[in-house]
Structure formats: C-alpha cells, structure tokens
Design a protein around this ligand. Structure first.
Ligand code: SAH
Length: 566
C-alpha cells in the first residue's frame, strides 16, 4: 500500500528529543507540538483531541509520544465510523517503548519495527500471525490487494492452528516469511488477477496490474468497467487505474467513476483508438483487450504504479490562511497544505503557511507580482501538480483569488481551463478584528481598501463619501503605507463630514499574530500616526456603542436593528 507521511504528535518538551530521532526515519514527517508547552516543534496545535481525530480522519499515520491509554480514549469516538484507518502508534516519551495500536492492515507493525529499530528497543507486536510468520498476510505490500478480509482472517487463524500452505503465483514479498509451506497443502495463497470465487481454503491476493482505458462517451463508466472486467474474467481488485484522454480532463463523470471504483484516474494524449491510448500509456503491457470503441482493458505482468502512468489532472487551490494563528485556519486549508506539491505566494505568507515537507516546493515571490504568480501557478498545475497559492485572511478579499481567476479568464490555453481550481476561504482581517472587539460589524457594513495602487484615488473618495452618508460601518484594509502617507488622513476627513467625533473606532494590529494589539478609540481622536499597514481600521456607524468590560477594556457593538429600537 502507499503509505502517507506520518505526523509525530507530542504533548511536552520532554518528548522533543525522541520525536526528532523518529523524524530521522521519516524525514518528511512534521512534529506537532502542543502550543505553549513545546518550543521548537514544526507545527503547533491547541487541542490534542481535535488534532488527533482530524489527522486520523485524514488518513494520516499517527505517532503519538504519550500514554497508549490517552490515544485510545481520544480516538474512541471516531473508531466506529467507517472510513480511514491509518496506522496509529504510541511511543513512550523517552523512546523506551513502541506500541502499535491501530491500522494493522495499514502496516502499523512494520512502522513499529522501523521505529523500534531506530530507537534501539523491541516493538510491542501483539498480532499472532505477524509474530509467527514475520509478516501480516492480510496486509500485502503496495501494488497488491487482498480479496476478502473476513475470509482472510479465518485463513490466518487456520494457519495459526497448525495447517500448512502453498503459494501459487508471483509473491516475492513472501520469500522471507516463515510460512509452514508444503506443496501438498490444502490451504493456498493465490496471487493473480483472474476472477475467482471466494473460498475458505484460499487466500486471494490480486496484483493491481490492470488499467482500463475509457472514453467519456460511455453512459455509465463505472458500470461499463465492472462489466468488461467480469466478462474478461479479471478480478475488480486488480484494477490499478482508469485511463482517459486528456481532452476530457475536466469531465466530472470520469472523476466520479474513478472514485466509485476507488482507483486513480490518469490522462494521456488522445489516440486513434482506445486500445492505442492504453498502449501509449503503459509500454510494458500485454496486448490490450479491445472491448468496444469506448473501452479497452490493459493487463501488465507486474503491478502498475498509477503515478507513473500518463498524468493526473492538476489542481490549483487558492487558500486563505486566516489572520495568522493556527487555530483560526480552516481544516480544509490544512488538508490542502498537507497534500500540495507546490506553494506560491509572498514570502511572509508562505512562511506563515509552513513548515513544508522536503518534497514540497516553495516558490516565494514579491508581494506585487500577483498576475505573474497566478500564471506561474497555472503553468505548474497544468503539468499535473497540486499547487497552492497562499493569501492571508480570505483569498477573495483584496488577495489572490481574483488575480488567479483573471489570469484564467485571459488565457486561451485549454490545459489551464482543465485544472481543478478551488478557492478555500479564510477568516478575513476585518472579521477577526471585529470578533475581538465584540460586534462592531453587527449591522450593514462596507469593506474598502484605501490603496490606490489598482484604482484611482477619486473613486476611493467617492465610495467613502457615499458609504459614510449611508451610515454603514466601515472596514479599511491597506489603510496606509510608506508610499501612501496622506491618503488615510484625507479618508478620515471625508468620513468626519457625515459622522460624529464620538463615533467608535477599532484598531486591530497583527490580530491573531504574535504581539497583536487591539485599541478602541473615537473618530475625533484617531490620527494616521496610530495606524500602519498591519492595522485593520473599523469605523462604527451612528448606532455603534461601547461599554466597559469588567477586567478592563471595552466591548464595541453595532446593534442588529436600525432607527428606533424595536
Ligand atoms: N486577504 C486579506 C487582506 C489582504 S490586504 C484578508 O482577508 O484579511 C492587507 C491588509 O489587511 C493589511 O494592510 C491590513 O489592513 C489587513 N490585515 C491583514 N492581516 C491582518 C491582521 N492579522 N491584523 C490586522 N490587520 C490585518
């Protein structure tokens, strides 16, 4: 099986040394440390339970440096859900014990042995079959699939009960196993792609050596693949991937079919016939079986690695990191950061989004090269890579999402339009600041950037004037900078024409980042010197009010109603 990169999770500083030793075995793995307890981890988290369950549900192997009991209790609620079961191990803080807990079929014992060897201790393997035969028969290596798990469990227990076994077909990984082999045995391990009826005396293992080339013209692709394989007496678990013409890359029916069948979907250049398409993609093939003009089956002698066949549909995700802290980042964004191959963005944001694994490429650029960055992102994604463009806050608020769409709109390159483009939202600075102050944006409000880099100053003045007249609360992004020193003062003059000097104003600087500050003042007292480019300026409406908090500071809110209190 293809193993995902594990996450090493620690609760205290005392575990960091052991965690680093384990990291040497899995150089791509990141160490997740509890915030304020661990210094020098690669990632921080706030809540152990949420973090562990999220990793588990994302199918990430977990190496937790804490008591086995804590891990069991934490994951208990997600264990009964169907879905991922990644390897989960508990390792003693001091590295003296390695306990595989879950994911027996995901290779947890193998990981336990690797880690134990790295730490110079013995792994606490408790799986009888594994102990006796030195391998887990029910967890064949990458490129092979087990036929039936329940029958398999009985098969292994028969072996443990003293029965002998013979191996039919090509199973190189079993060479080192200590199996009770006997050419006359009643029990058989059968390795091959032929379709067979399940039987109690056979352990069926299918090499994933079949690719099926399909055309998007088929009315039901998944059903057609199942029927064709059955008619050819080829077992479904031997299917390694679907192949289709790259002109159909964005066709959702093909993607649905591949996910229904649980296999990868790979694309190749269209060819004169469907079987030729298969031959071009997989050179080591036996002659393809032409089923129809829309479907051909290709069988190989060896398991196929779908990653090496044709190419995947590229993906481009424009993500919002939120204002800065890890806990205000959406889980969908975290999952995207974990899966991407390339990250593009302004250096500060790329650093904020990291750390990244050694296999993830970082492309840092200057903040002002937005269109160039957007085009670069499409070039990479069109090659089949999984690309992220990072923004702070929300990507659709004065950030990269619009630039990426503009680049796509301008392009006539079909490969760019085939890319799987996703915009993943984040908490924007105005909302993060408002939440800390209370609810200053609790009624109608408007969001403005005071930067005149991409729009004439006159339109900014006009919008400010009309928004102030309309009594909207306001959020100013990009309020001031070294190259735009006077604009904020002018903006405040315009607002002051329509709004009283007592109007509450909130200044949030570096919100949700180290050294954050929040200040409540009034329009009359606000001067441009109190504001810099890392500040969010929120201006209240005529109804915005302020009252004291018991421990100091103030709550600011704008009521939900307008006019007379209902
Ligand atoms: N896409 C971002 C905004 C980018 S514009 C978002 O949705 O938040 C950059 C401006 O946002 C800065 O000049 C500042 O006014 C504001 N800003 C961004 N992050 C901030 C933070 N953590 N605290 C306060 N203001 C912030």
């Amino acid at each position: 099986m293809t193993r995902h990169t594990p996450a090493i999770v620690i609760l205290g500083q005392g575990s960091l040394n052991t965690a680093r030793k384990i990291q040497q075995l899995y150089p791509d793995a990141l160490i997740h440390g509890l915030v304020e307890r661990v210094e020098g981890a690669d990632r921080t988290y706030v809540e152990f339970g949420t973090t562990l369950r999220q990793l588990y549900q994302q199918d990430t192997p977990i190496i937790a440096l804490c008591a086995a009991g804590i891990v069991i209790r934490t994951l208990a609620s997600v264990l009964l859900e169907k879905g991922a079961e990644p390897p989960v191990l508990a390792v003693a803080e001091d590295g003296s014990a390695v306990v595989p807990l879950l994911g027996g079929l995901g290779g947890v014992n193998l990981m336990a042995r690797e880690i134990a060897a790295g730490l110079g201790v013995a792994a606490a393997i408790t799986t009888s079959g594994e102990l006796r035969f030195g391998t887990c028969l029910l967890s064949p290596p990458s490129g092979y699939a087990l036929g039936d798990l329940e029958l398999g469990k009985r098969f292994v227990s028969d072996l443990l009960g003293g029965a002998s076994v013979r191996v039919e077909g090509d199973a190189p990984w079993l060479a080192q196993a200590q199996l009770p082999e006997d050419p006359q045995a009643a029990l058989t391990i059968r390795v091959g792609c032929a379709e067979r009826e399940p039987a109690a005396d056979q352990l069926l293992i299918y090499p994933r050596c079949v690719a099926v080339a399909v055309s998007a013209r088929l009315p039901d692709v998944a059903a057609a693949v199942r029927e064709a394989l059955h008619a050819a007496r080829i077992a479904l678990p031997s299917l390694a991937c679907l192949l289709a013409a790259d002109t159909d890359m964005a066709n959702p029916l093909l993607h649905d079919a591949a996910s229904q069948l649980g296999v990868a979907l790979r694309f190749v250049a269209p060819a004169t016939s469907i079987s030729q398409m298969a031959e071009q993609a997989v050179p080591q093939l036996l002659p393809p079986i032409d089923v129809s003009a829309d479907l051909a089956i290709a069988v190989c002698r060896q398991p196929l690695d779908p990653q090496q066949i044709g190419r995947a549909r590229g993906r481009l995700a424009v993500i919002g990191l939120g204002p800065g802290s890890d806990e205000l980042m959406a889980p969908a964004v975290k999952a995207e950061l974990a899966r991407c191959t390339d990250v593009l963005g302004y250096e500060t944001y790329v650093r904020m989004a990291g750390p990244f694994r050694a296999d993830q490429v970082q492309h840092c650029t200057d903040n002002r090269e937005e269109m160039q960055r957007a085009r670069h992102a499409f070039e990479l994604a069109a090659q089949g890579r999984s690309v992220i463009v990072v923004s702070s806050g929300d990507p659709g608020v004065f950030a990269m999402a619009a630039a990426v769409l503009e680049a796509l709109h301008e392009s006539s390159d079909p490969a760019w339009h085939q890319v799987d483009l996703q915009i993943l939202p984040g908490i924007s600075a105005s909302l993060a600041t408002a939440a800390q102050a209370g609810a200053p944006l609790g009624h109608d409000f408007c969001v403005l950037s005071l930067s005149d880099n991409l729009k004439p100053w006159e339109i900014i003045e006009k919008r400010l004037d009309l928004a102030a007249q309309a009594d909207l609360a306001m959020a100013f992004y990009n309020p001031i900078s070294r190259s735009r020193p006077w604009q904020l003062g002018r903006a405040l003059e315009i607002v002051a024409r329509h709004r009283a000097p007592e109007t509450p104003v909130v200044l949030g600087r570096d919100i949700a980042r180290p050294g954050q500050s929040l200040r409540v003042t009034t329009l009359g007292e606000l001067t441009p010197e109190q504001v810099d480019m890392r500040t969010m300026v929120l201006i209240g409406s005529s109804l915005t009010c302020v009252f004291a908090k018991p421990g100091g500071g103030e709550w600011v809110y704008t009521p939900r109603w307008y006019g007379e209190r209902p």
